[in-house]
Design a protein around this ligand. Structure first.
Ligand code: 2BA
Length: 112
């Protein structure tokens, strides 16, 4: 019996087009969801990739090769409570991505 996995990959929008194209060329199927990061509240992309267990490493390699980390500078917009008078917003540098990936077992996949 097939051993199916679901790869859930949160990646940056800028990396999605290339990655989807390369995955399609290798016969992987994917669903692209528009998502929003909880911390930065910026758009990102979540891919759902259903594949056989022995293809997961190849999918991870494609993600590694196509998703690169980028630095983002964010500035806190609102002061912490109790600091209204003395608070000065300061920039904070965060490294976003390459990708955050979850690999889940799939109990059943049905196409109707
Ligand atoms: P965001 O939640 O918008 O996070 C963007 C980046 O901000 C993170 O990059 C990380 O560098 C930083 N960051 C996030 N939470 C933080 C915190 N509490 N304190 C300080 N810095 C923080 P990545 O770790 O590469 O995450 C990129 C995106 O992947 C996230 O966007 C989120 O959409 C997703 N993600 C990351 N970890 C996740 C998890 N455990 N569960 C679900 N989604 C996750």
């Amino acid at each position: 019996m097939e051993d199916l996995k679901l790869v859930v990959a949160v990646i940056q929008d800028k990396d999605a087009v290339n990655l989807l194209q390369l995955m399609a060329e290798e016969g992987f199927r994917a669903t692209k969801l528009s998502s929003t990061g909880g911390f930065l509240r910026e758009g990102n992309t979540t891919l759902l990739i259903g594949c056989e267990a022995d293809s997961v490493e190849r999918v991870l390699d494609l993600i590694r090769e196509n998703c690169r980390p980028r630095e983002r500078t964010v500035t806190a917009q609102s002061p912490p409570s109790g600091m209204l008078d003395s608070y000065a917003p300061f920039p904070l540098e965060v490294s976003v991505g390459g990708a955050t990936v979850f690999v889940l077992d799939v109990e059943k996949c049905v196409q109707i």
